[in-house]
Design a protein around this ligand. Structure first.
Ligand SMILES: [Zn+2]
Ligand SMILES: [Zn+2]
Length: 404
């Protein structure tokens, strides 16, 4: 389920409904297309519905939407989550917004938004580990486990309250208790949100791409761009070559890491670490290993399977002078979130996890370089097939992914 978000068109002023996962603002009235970029997590607010004496203060809640994974020595559990929790320490405030974040209309926090804003004091990593400790609907697992939250959206949702001598919910008018927020900790609306032109920064042509995709391309000068604070930032996507004529390209992140506490630089390191049943060959000692994870929305079980399959195949995909004219499936998983999946993907690669877990938990994987790698797929009656890797993805798994 996607929330409702509305925003006034910066060019013509019309109110435009969009999805929280849109990375391109597209106005149906004046046709303008703009990159939506936020330095830091996206920040949304619920609008006050009542007026009341006192100071209008916006209280932050972390919201996570995406997949949660718990990998035990014997089994893997996963769940699709849309959860939120209070991002400051204040027992007077509701610990969660409940369904408000999904059910009510959201607006972007803009520098001109009235009222004060409390900055979050609980880090997003703490929020994620609290979610993982109490996953709804999953039996608690004993013993060692690896966990990850991999989201297409980690955001802050602000709940408005009025504070005088008491604290009042600015949506329902409900009394929450005596005044308990220190107004000196609150500040004016943060200005992290930027809308900028989607004209190609190199040649001025209109960039094209799905509204939800982090990658937009220029059909005129064959360049690719992602949203940045001042407009498009150049990126270099890579493409696996195929003998057959592809019908669609699916994007994967190619992620390098620096491991601490254990070795994971080369293929040989990977085989020794995970006990993969493969013979150690001389080339493996000198060939770097990097992870691959799907950069598009897909069910959690499939996400892990595809990550394992493509990571073990290590496609060799060069950059191209001319971009293919075949449709590119939208890139919806930000690279920071893709990196979060790696401990679980590494655990998933190992046939026997028991010895591996303490090593992974005792060390860490530091994010290195990330690039987008497009794999070509040929359309069959019910599935898309990657001929080189002999890998198939059901069409409805992709269709589901764009409607989540
Ligand atoms: Zn407009
Ligand atoms: Zn161009």
């Amino acid at each position: 389920m996607t929330g409702h978000l509305s925003h006034q068109c910066p060019q013509c002023g019309a109110p435009v409904a969009l999805e929280e996962t849109d990375r391109i603002f597209s106005c149906p009235f004046c046709q303008v297309r703009l990159f939506i970029h936020s330095s830091g997590p996206f920040e949304y607010r619920l609008k006050p519905r009542i007026s009341h004496p006192g100071t209008l203060i916006h209280v932050p809640y972390w919201r996570f939407r995406g997949n949660a994974f718990v990998l035990g020595p014997q089994n893997t559990q996963h769940k699709i989550l849309d959860s939120n929790l209070l991002a400051v320490d204040n027992p007077a405030l509701p610990p969660s917004l409940g369904l408000r974040a999904q059910a009510m209309e959201l607006s972007f926090v803009e520098p001109t938004t009235e009222g004060l804003f409390l900055p979050p004091t609980i880090p997003s990593a703490d929020f994620k580990s609290r979610l993982l400790r109490a996953l709804p609907g999953l039996p608690a697992q004993r013993g060692p486990k690896l966990t990850a939250c991999v989201g297409d959206n980690l955001s802050l949702v602000y709940q408005p309250v009025f504070q005088s001598h008491e604290l009042v919910d600015a949506i329902t008018g409900e009394h929450l208790g005596p005044a308990s927020i220190d107004p000196s900790e609150a500040q004016k609306a943060p200005g992290n949100l930027k809308f900028s032109s989607t004209l190609c920064p190199k040649c001025g042509w209109d960039l094209i791409g799905d509204r939800q995709s982090l990658v937009q391309t220029c059909p005129h000068c064959d360049t690719a761009w992602e949203p940045g604070p001042e407009g498009g930032q150049p990126i270099t996507p890579h493409f696996l070559h195929t003998q057959e004529k592809p019908d669609i390209y699916l994007p994967f992140w190619n992620l390098s890491v620096q491991a601490r506490g254990f070795r994971l630089q080369t293929w040989a390191d990977l085989i020794r670490l995970t006990n993969l049943p493969r013979a150690l060959l001389p080339w493996m000692e000198s060939t770097a290993f990097s992870f691959r994870v799907p950069a598009f929305k897909i069910r959690p079980g499939l996400f892990l399977n595809l990550s394992a399959q493509v990571s073990l195949y290590q496609p060799e995909a060069p950059a191209l002078e001319i971009l293919p004219r075949t449709p590119l499936h939208p890139v919806t998983l930000p690279r920071e979130e893709a990196f979060q999946a790696l401990p679980v993907v590494l655990g998933r690669l190992a046939p026997a996890r028991k010895n591996l877990f303490p090593k992974i938990q005792g060390g860490s994987l530091r994010a290195g370089e990330a690039s987008i790698e497009y794999l070509p797929f040929v359309e069959g009656p019910r599935e898309f097939v990657q001929p080189e890797m002999n890998m198939a993805i059901q069409k409805n798994a992709l269709f589901w992914s764009t409607t989540l």
